[in-house]
Write a protein that binds this ligand. Structure first.
Ligand SMILES: [Zn+2]
Length: 76
């Protein structure tokens, strides 16, 4: 019986020692480079074009459009 009491006291004491969990550190998010302007963007919140391994990410609609549109021929 005394052993059970000792264990209960120990468990209570151990729980009292536990500190509140520290706020989770922000997780590192890999950035990808906008192929048009070179800005690094977060893939989950960036505009994208393509799919699978060929997906490209863009900082803006302008950059995506510039990437998708074929380069204009220079008028002579
Ligand atoms: Zn851009």
């Amino acid at each position: 019986m005394i052993v059970v009491l000792i264990r209960l006291v120990f468990v209570w004491f151990a729980q009292g020692l536990q500190r509140p969990a520290a706020p989770a550190a922000p997780t590192a998010v890999p950035l990808v480079r906008d192929p048009v302007c070179g800005t690094y963007v977060v893939p989950s919140s960036a505009l994208s074009a393509g799919s699978g391994g060929a997906t490209r990410f863009f900082c803006s609609e302008d950059c995506r459009r510039a990437y998708l549109e074929p380069p204009r021929q220079i008028a002579r």
